[in-house]
Write a protein that binds this ligand. Sequence first.
Ligand code: NAD
Length: 366
Amino acid sequence: MLAIKTTESIQNESIFGQLTTLEHEQLLICQDKDTGLKALIGIHNTVLGPALGGTRLWSYASEEAAIRDVLRLSRGMTFKNALAGLNLGGGKAVLIGDPKLKTEAYLRRFGRFIESLGGRYVTAEDVNMKTADMEYIALETRHVTGLPKNKGGAGDPSPVTAFGVYMGMKAAAKKAYGSDSLAGKKIGVQGVGQVGKYLINYLVKEGASLFISDIDDKKLQEIAASTGATILDKEEIYDLQMDIYAPCALGGTLNDHTIERLTCQVIAGGANNQLENESKHGKMLLEKGITYAPDFLINAGGVINVGAEYYGVYEEESVFAQTEKIYDTCLSILTTAEHQQIPAQEAAIQAAKARIEAIGKIKLPY
Ligand code: NAD
């Protein structure tokens, strides 16, 4: 059995302690006084291929918080990419500071740091980074993906992410109810942004009964008008008597305060890092009998999309076909979790690690 180390256990460790505990290969600290760039690039594991994961720009409360975030996120990318069957490792970058810092020089300087890694790390968009920013980075490095369609890229990955989440939700429904039909199921979607709105389209087509929440009232009104979904207050969603909860906004919404309020049988959504505490809250869901489709498993459509772009083999049909496989992977992982009586998150990490270990071995004898 492969040991699973969790991100919570690193809180009080030194930097090398954190890298050792979470099994990272490398952490690159980059600064440029002229542009104000402060960047961290975390490379967790490159056994399967170059470490691919987006860049997040955020005003972190402390440097320690930024380090924890880049390590946690890059590790998550390793598992996501491995389970999606990609020949890609896991990495992530964080830029510390205000989004106003973004200038052409700032982004190109960051691009040069990425280039210095010689392809060990490949970037893409994440929070506060847009396709237009990738264009500047691409002026300095070819190890960037997620470019706009008119620049030869694959464009917005959200429709593919939403399709994968839909597949994962159906697999989880199959495990929980014996049928993957979502017709008549009462589903609460938290966050009707890019992923949420495309997911809702699939759910409406299947005849689900939809309840939506967001902090953006305009988006809610638009979705409600076009789909007939019922609008909920931001907090109300946790108390809704629903079959399926789909977190598609922020991370950490599965925590001490919300899990006890939830009455759903299934949780399947697109948001990253839904479990506030990976081990504790994974166990709480198991004990409550809730079927949980791990986020990094079912929201991999986006990385499948940018991965195909990076390898220069982008074809929409095959990207959707690969994303459809999330259904089978999710069902298999939920079945393993059930047999072993372990949280689905743990079963998913085990499966990802097993693939990395197996492929790592076949790469040795050259
Ligand atoms: P987005 O910014 O388009 O949408 C997020 C939505 O959540 C917004 O409408 C926002 O107003 C809403 N929101 C914020 N706080 C909220 C709250 N407290 N309650 C309810 N709603 C709230 O982002 P997105 O691209 O749709 O991504 C959604 C989630 O999916 C994120 O966690 C992201 O990391 C994850 N994700 C996205 C992709 C992708 O391809 N876009 C891929 C993988 C994972």
